[in-house]
Write a protein that binds this ligand. Structure first.
Ligand SMILES: [Zn+2]
Length: 47
């Protein structure tokens, strides 16, 4: 669960996810979230 940076509402599910794997570093999952309240798109790392 992440919070919308604009309005602070909790967003449960990402609309899209992908893996980011920088060389020599651990791969992390990135999620693209859309706020159901204000409609803002934002990215956040997923654990
Ligand atoms: Zn929002």
């Amino acid at each position: 669960m992440v919070k919308c940076p604009k309005c602070g509402k909790d967003v449960a599910k990402p609309t899209k996810t992908w893996k980011l794997a920088p060389k020599g570093k651990k791969a992390i999952n990135i999620g693209l979230y859309k706020c159901p309240s204000c409609g803002a798109f934002f990215r956040a790392a997923i654990k």
